[in-house]
Design a binder for this molecule. Structure first.
Ligand code: DAT
Length: 171
């Protein structure tokens, strides 16, 4: 327990991961790792998926690329899923949640087609990511956060930053 902690922010696309992670990283002076962006910019994929219209993530490449920076601590990692990262990387795993109608509107604004919106809203209703988090990390480090409103966003950011500062003091 010497380095700074690493925090994972996961959840269905549109729940607010990037917005939350950016604000937390900025306020805590931590590094924000947007995994999707790393995949695109650093070529950590095995080609373009025509069906889903996104890069097919090469999970081994992603983990190799992240290993050194994760070992340093002080990272806020932002990715929809959480199952392929080594469990030891994270001290806190947050699953953001949004109501169906809220999520629907955000994804529509993002320009997703009807099918993609439907798939993601179903993913949220079924709590797929929360299930994944519970299967892959110790129960006591997994927490859910509601992310429907700006007030909730601000409260979440404040809560995470407070947690980080406490951890930084203790280490
Ligand atoms: P994600 O990274 O999970 O895909 P995002 O951070 O890009 O999501 O947010 C999607 C959109 O919703 C973006 O326009 C910002 C907005 N948003 C995110 N969290 C919010 C919240 N708690 N309240 C209001 N708007 C929010």
């Amino acid at each position: 327990m010497s380095q700074r902690p690493n925090v994972l922010i996961c959840g269905t696309p549109g729940t607010g991961k990037t917005t939350t992670a950016e604000a937390v990283a900025q306020q805590a002076g931590y590094n924000h790792i947007n995994v999707g962006q790393w995949v695109a910019e650093r070529g950590l994929h095995s080609g373009w998926d025509e069906e889903f219209n996104c890069w097919t993530i090469d999970e081994d490449k992603v983990c190799d690329a992240m290993e050194d920076v994760m070992a340093e601590g002080g990272n806020i990692v932002d990715h929809h899923g959480c199952e392929f990262f080594p469990e030891r990387w994270f001290d806190l795993v947050l699953v953001l949640q949004a109501d169906n109608t809220v999520l629907y509107d955000r994804l529509e604004k993002r320009g997703y087609n009807a099918q993609k919106i439907q798939e993601n809203v179903e993913c949220e209703i079924m709590m797929v990511i929360l299930e994944e988090a519970r299967e892959n990390y110790k129960e006591e480090i997994v927490r859910t956060l509601p992310s429907n409103t700006v007030e909730q966003l601000e409260a979440n950011v404040a809560q995470i930053v407070t947690w980080i500062r406490e951890q930084d003091r203790m280490r």
